[in-house]
Design a protein around this ligand. Structure first.
Ligand code: ARG
Ligand code: ZN
Length: 892
């Protein structure tokens, strides 16, 4: 069944109060609910429909009258009741089975503990309920369990009391004063260690921040707790949003489908985004923890205080909250740095976010699952927690920030809360609040065109033409936009027209010597000007331009679009060396590398000897030797475009040629710049300070590890020894992984195998580090399906733990082009999708998307993937999750 956005109907009943009682037990948990319903004044008398899944019904009553089986209708997914009055109390007793629940939605077991995950539609696996975000209630929750097995009983809100019961059992009663939809409900039961901190919020309120983990991991929760305290402070300072709770808890779970969940006052996290210390976690993990802690905390306002009316509005909270966590991370990276370094640190974060968008979202927008950030329809909402809803959604918020400016955006956000605090609203409500500020700033203008970002899928292309009139000193830029049919739109003939979007397009001009040419625009003179493209084609002229300039386009990636401009290689090299916008400067270098890589792909495909342009090597050398750049920025500037990004640029897509081309260029750069890499490696190596994952230190480590990988790729004589020494002598996981991955990815030697064995011996007790061990092998270029099958037999492997399944199976299928893009690779993938679907449909559906864009591959791969897709489809029953993905893939 397909659910459509425009079919939304309000729920006919209010449910102001909910009381829940749990008798917790892993095998069978009994849930008793008391639901105080009131029919809405404008709603006619009608049945009460509740959602439920995989539940056993024990009894149901209305106003104390137990119902007989002929007084209700029990379907496989619903319970229908027929209340005789407008206000009534429903009491339901039901049983669910946490230990048998491998989907990790609803109430489930992880380790020796019990956890819940309710977003999007998990609450119906706990009890029959109106499982939709526009029904908001106050919850009072009683938890009972065996005290020795489950010493800690947590739920949302405030602990009213705890007491011991008979027979070794105990009870805790929690009350959440904030009305919430059921997807924000949570409970946790088990034995945990806690790290906590009291804080005083801006208005002087005391609040308790707590991070719970399994007892052995308590020494790894310091960074998470510090990050939480920083997030609280940041949201006050940057957006004036204060913590509204007396107690804010974070609990780490080893088995978790996604990153984390923003349950009101009781966030539940994948342990990968909580636990870290320098010995076991990399710089990237530290930053990811800070980002996810921030993300979930920021949901407390953007998601919880104001929530979504229906799941089509998911980007209302996710796009906005990703934008907020991106800004938080950027501010934290830049904190305490001098201005130039701070600017560079922010650019690095921007570069990383754009890279994520291009790796994950651009391909999605160009494939069978393409959807607007506010989808029009779905079969399974779990399939729409996508890069489009999250990352492109964040770009759409960022464009509003760019158009309004920081102060204007902040005013718009204040207006949004003023209008909607405490309610469940739509994306359009958000845009309307922002638009009110925009219209105040620009009388007569509105967001009518901007709103189309919410309803249009596909990555727009902006073509730029430049004319220069020497006599007048006038430079004219003409921008035109165009967006191809995306996803199912491709099946429509003729394709529906796509009206133009409102695109904020930041530009600058450089002189032929690389200096910035100031631009006169709107009565001001500046280096960067924001053009607002709102029509199919528009022109802007700038006077007083003394020479034919080189345009610097889409500065800071001001819109999620693809730019087309016929740069010469010389112009790109100029931008890569001199652009004053650090993002655009990086982009120019990447574009040059892309041209080089595409040329190599062409050569490989036609069986010619691949040749690398010395001009390109020179650009790389200049970047490598530029001492004005921060190490973190240099590391990004000297990294070749990811295979995934390159693959999207080949047509038809040729994964084997892409992998070879990138490896070839890396080794040429390793050889040609060998002595420079060595110098940079040695210069970055001396780190005498105590470990900190900050911009400077992590930048040095990133550059050092990049240098090491180039040295290995170029088969520098000293490289294997450097890698081995770095591996065995490392004082932190970033360096240790840098050494080990250099060995494993570039040399198939006994020393590499020995180091891998040593690593497992050392770290086998730490699941998150064992995940790294699997990932490293899954993505090594020499790894084949046979290697992966052998690793699946390792005692530490299991499909049931999502992190472990991702570390081996997903990493191989998604990130190992050489190994996975083979007929055996595709069949292996199909097998694993089917196997996972029996355990965890949500995770299976993610793996099912590994080759979404199969129809654009070279014929041999295309046909083999089609067969694999058909293999999956021939298995029944498939979950709704996987079946939606596979049927859409096969339709294109
Ligand atoms: N709201 C969570 C977050 O982004 C994601 C939860 C999604 N859960 C799921 N089972 N799909 O912070
Ligand atoms: Zn989120």
């Amino acid at each position: 069944v397909t659910i459509s956005r425009l079919d939304y109907q309000p729920y006919p009943y209010l449910l102001p109060n909910v009381e829940l009682e749990f008798d917790l037990d892993a095998a069978a948990t009994t849930v008793r609910s008391r639901l105080h319903f009131q029919r809405k004044p404008d709603a006619p008398e009608q049945a009460l429909v509740l959602d439920g899944s995989e539940l056993e019904l024990v009894s149901v009553s209305i106003d104390g009258q137990v119902l007989n089986a002929d007084q209700y209708e029990l379907g496989s997914e619903t319970l229908r009741l027929f209340p005789g009055s407008a206000a009534f109390v429903v009491e339901i007793t039901s049983v669910c089975k946490p230990a048998e629940n491998s989907t990790l939605m609803g109430l489930y077991v992880s380790g020796d503990s019990l956890f819940t995950q309710c977003e999007a539609e998990g609450f119906r696996r706990i009890t029959w309920f109106p499982d939709r975000p526009d029904v908001m209630s106050r919850y009072r929750v009683t938890l009972r369990a065996d005290k020795s097995r489950y010493p800690l009983l947590l739920s949302n809100g405030n602990l009213l009391h705890g007491k011991d019961l008979d027979a070794g059992r105990h009870e805790a009663v929690w009350e959440d004063p904030h009305p919430k939809p059921c997807y924000l409900f949570a409970l946790v039961a088990g034995g945990f260690a806690c790290r906590e901190q009291q804080i005083r919020t801006r208005s002087g309120r005391q609040a308790l921040l707590q991070v719970y983990s399994d007892p052995d991991s308590r020494d790894k929760t310091e960074w998470a707790l510090e990050s939480l305290a920083r997030a609280v402070r940041w949201d006050e300072q940057r957006f004036g949003l204060e913590l509204d709770l007396d107690r804010f808890m974070v609990v780490a779970a080893r088995d978790f489908n996604m990153g984390a969940m923003e349950n009101k006052g009781l966030n539940i996290f994948n342990s990968a985004y909580v636990l870290a210390d320098p010995e076991s976690a990399t710089d990237a993990s530290f930053r990811a923890i800070e980002a996810v802690i921030g993300h979930e905390y920021f949901h407390n306002w953007t998601g919880n205080r104001v929530t979504c009316r229906d799941w089509f509005q998911l980007s209302l909270k996710e796009g906005l909250t990703v934008f907020r966590d991106q800004e938080f991370s950027a501010d934290m990276l830049a904190a305490d740095l001098p201005e130039a370094e701070a600017r560079s640190a922010r650019a690095v974060k921007r570069i990383d976010d754009v890279t994520t968008l291009r790796i994950a979202q651009f391909p999605e927008d160009a494939g069978p699952m393409a959807h607007p950030i506010r989808p029009e329809s779905y079969q399974e909402i779990g399939n729409f927690y996508t890069a489009t809803v999250y990352e492109k959604g964040a770009e759409v918020i960022r464009m509003q920030h760019t158009l309004l400016g920081e102060a204007g955006f902040r005013a718009g956000l204040a207006e949004y809360f003023h209008r909607h605090d405490g309610s469940a609203v739509t994306c359009d409500d958000f845009v309307a609040a922002m638009e009110s500020v925009y219209t105040r700033q620009h009388p007569g203008k509105d967001f009518e065109v901007f709103r189309r970002w919410y309803s249009q899928a596909g990555t727009p292309r902006v073509r730029v033409e430049m004319e220069y009139d020497q006599a007048q000193g006038r430079c004219t830029l003409t921008l035109s936009q165009h967006c191809e049919p995306a996803g199912i739109e491709k099946l429509q003939t003729p394709p529906a027209p796509k009206p133009p979007l409102h695109i904020p397009f930041a530009i600058g001009l450089l002189g032929q010597d690389g200096r910035a040419l100031p631009l006169a625009h709107d009565g001001q003179t500046r280096d960067t000007v924001l053009l607002e493209l709102v029509a199919e084609r528009q022109s802007w002229s700038f006077d007083g331009v003394p020479e034919r300039p080189v345009p610097s386009l889409l500065r800071n990636f001001s819109a999620p679009v693809i730019v087309e401009y016929p740069y010469s290689d010389t112009e790109l090299a100029l931008l890569a060396g001199h652009d004053t916008d650090p993002y655009a400067r990086w982009e120019a270098g990447q574009e040059l590398a892309m041209r080089q890589l595409l040329a190599l792909v062409g050569a490989i495909q036609s069986g010619q000897q691949p040749q690398v342009d010395p001009g390109f090597v020179h650009v790389w050398r200049t970047l490598l030797e530029d001492r004005t750049l921060t190490p973190a920025y240099q590391a990004r500037a000297l990294t070749l475009p990811a295979e995934k990004i390159l693959l999207e640029r080949t047509s038809p897509m040729d994964p084997q040629a892409v992998a070879r081309a990138r490896a070839e260029l890396r080794s040429v750069l390793g050889v040609e710049l060998g002595e420079s890499w060595l110098r940079v490696y040695q210069a970055c190596k001396a780190e005498r300070q105590e470990y900190r994952p900050d911009a400077l230190q992590s930048g040095r480590r990133a550059l050092k590890n990049l240098a090491l990988s180039y040295l290995m790729a170029g088969a520098h004589t000293q490289a294997p020894k450097l890698a081995l020494d770095q591996y065995y002598e490392a004082a932190n996981m970033t360096d240790r992984m840098g050494g080990l991955s250099a060995l494993v990815n570039f040399s198939d030697t006994p020393a590499a195998a020995q180091a891998l064995g040593h690593f497992y011996e050392q770290w086998q007790q730490d699941p998150l580090v064992v995940d790294r061990w699997f990932t490293l092998q899954a993505t090594a270029p020499t790894t084949t399906v046979e290697t992966v099958r052998a690793l699946m037999l390792h005692p530490a492997f299991t499909l049931r733990n999502p992190n472990r399944a991702r570390s081996l199976i997903f990493q191989f299928c998604i990130n190992n082009l050489q190994g996975a893009h083979t007929p055996e690779g595709y069949q292996f993938w199909a097998e694993q999708v089917v196997a996972l679907d029996r355990i965890n449909p949500e995770i299976a559906a993610r793996l099912a998307r590994a080759f979404d864009n199969w129809a654009r591959y070279v014929p041999a791969n295309r046909d083999a993937i089609r067969q694999a897709l058909e293999t999956i489809q021939s298995h029944s029953p498939l979950s709704r999750n996987v079946s939606e993905i596979i049927s859409k893939a096969l339709k294109i």
